[in-house]
Design a protein around this ligand. Structure first.
Ligand code: GCU
Length: 445
């Protein structure tokens, strides 16, 4: 039989291509196994040397020298790089947003606060819609509008209080009686992480919503997330290219702010946002993107948050994609392949902190939270310094992290709290004192 050679050529080319691709992926995995242990590494000596990208150096090689150049060229460039590399495109605004007051209670905390629940309805001209419920507390005896603490929270709004009249929120999947009972069990579970009475006593308003109401924290959360405003079920059956749940959560934080500032008791010019762990990652990204936020309180945010990606200590981007699989929806899809080599990423997280300049950022770590790489979280804050300096603001002055429970810094501040991975009252004490300084909040009598 005579074989046509012109058919064989593309066949062999394809075979060769497949072989080469196979070898390549074997090499990268082998390389990873030799250089980065699959088991988490907590030993600085075993960490490959870290060379950080220069926050001030533009992609065209030019170095920015002034705050103006930073704002005009480098900041937009870095924002775009963080979208492309880490968090995906920022979702747009919905066509319409409607607020409906669901409840109001004016005698919270011995009459010190008014509590409201507000239904936020996002509607599109194409008929699609999505909603969330914001839980808001405002001081009732303030002489002028109060500064705001805001953010997304784990579980639901009911996790922040024992009060049975606060709606259980955040349950996005089939509401069977068993599931509903299980969800109800979270009531009050996170009240120690959100000392609302103290926040009010210190003169602040606060507004929170469940992160599940923005994007349910699961790999198949897409179909119940805000992305359904712009995409149909078929598209949401798999992950959306160039999008992420952290991107959605950050968007959600901005929408909680939109809602809170409609309230006459809230001062829209003094806004702090706060988030713990995966929500610390989202908080930092939200604050970078939303310039209304004057202070970002980034608690134990770890890898993909404040911690430097190039330091292979504790959790790594690679393990997020390949071990616990959070990476597969928390971050943009293109990071999956690149997570193997954080040293080749065009950004590192000190540049994310730097994008806050000249606004305030407070980063906390916990002594028992090696998974989040406390030193990497500190160094991000430290290496954001040169950008703050362009604005005439001194960042952190020592490359060495401070000892536990010794806060350092002002506009850029850091606390290494004793204890476990958690948002605790000691964290709030520091965040509130930073907010007092940033927003000039008078001390309560
Ligand atoms: C896991 C995850 C972290 C994340 C944390 C949390 O530990 O690996 O990246 O910050 O969960 O959100 O509690």
């Amino acid at each position: 039989m005579k074989i046509n050679r012109s058919i064989l050529l593309p066949f062999f080319a394809l075979l060769l291509g497949l072989l080469l691709a196979g070898c390549h992926s074997m090499n990268t995995v082998q390389h990873y196994q030799q250089t980065i242990p699959w088991e988490p590494n907590f030993d600085e000596q075993r960490m490959p040397p870290v060379v950080l990208p220069d926050a001030l150096k533009c992609l065209n090689g030019k170095k920015v020298r002034t705050a103006d150049e930073w704002l005009r060229y480098r900041r937009p460039e870095l924002l775009r790089l963080f979208e492309e590399t880490m968090y995906g495109k920022r979702p747009p605004m919905p066509d319409h947003v409607e607020y409906t007051l669901l409840s109001e209670k004016d005698d919270e905390f011995d009459g010190m606060a008014i509590r409201r629940e507000i239904l936020v309805n996002f509607r599109m001209d194409n008929g699609r819609h999505h909603d969330m419920v914001v839980l808001l507390y405002v001081p009732s005896r303030a002489e002028r509008p109060a500064p705001l603490f805001t953010g997304l929270v784990f579980r639901g709004n009911h996790a922040l209080t024992d009060d049975p009249s606060v709606q259980a929120t955040g349950q996005r999947y089939p509401k069977t009686p068993e599931k509903q009972a299980e969800w109800e069990q979270f009531r009050g579970q996170r009240k120690n992480s959100y000392p609302i009475r103290t926040i009010i006593e210190r003169g602040y308003a606060c507004a929170f919503a469940s992160y599940h109401d923005i994007f349910p924290d699961r790999i198949d959360g897409w179909s119940q997330s805000i992305y359904r405003l712009w995409h149909d079920d078929a598209e949401l059956a798999a992950r959306l290219p160039g999008c992420s749940s952290i991107g959605a959560w950050a968007w959600g934080i901005s929408r909680v702010i939109d809602c809170a500032v409609t309230q006459p008791e809230v001062d829209g010019t003094r806004i702090a946002c706060i988030g713990h762990s995966r929500l610390g990652k989202a908080t930092l990204w939200a604050a970078v993107c939303d310039e209304r936020i004057g202070l970002a309180c980034v608690n134990d945010s770890g890898c993909g948050g404040a911690a430097l990606s190039r330091r292979l200590i504790g959790e790594t981007l690679f393990s997020m994609f390949n071990k616990n699989h959070f990476g597969e929806f928390w971050f943009t899809d293109t990071l999956a392949e690149r997570s193997l080599h954080p040293e080749n990423l065009p950004v590192d997280q000190h540049e994310l902190v730097a994008l806050m300049a000249p606004r305030a950022v407070s980063i906390h770590s916990a002594t028992e939270d090696n998974w989040a790489d406390p030193k990497g979280e500190y160094l991000s804050a430290y290496y954001a310094g040169p950008v703050y300096r362009l604005f005439g603001i001194e960042g952190l002055t020592s490359r060495e992290p401070p000892p536990p429970d010794t806060p350092v810094g002002e506009t850029v501040s850091y606390l290494f709290r004793t204890g476990r991975h958690d948002l605790q009252i000691a964290d709030w004490e520091h965040y509130l004192s930073v907010a007092d300084a940033v927003f000039n909040t008078p001390k309560p009598e």
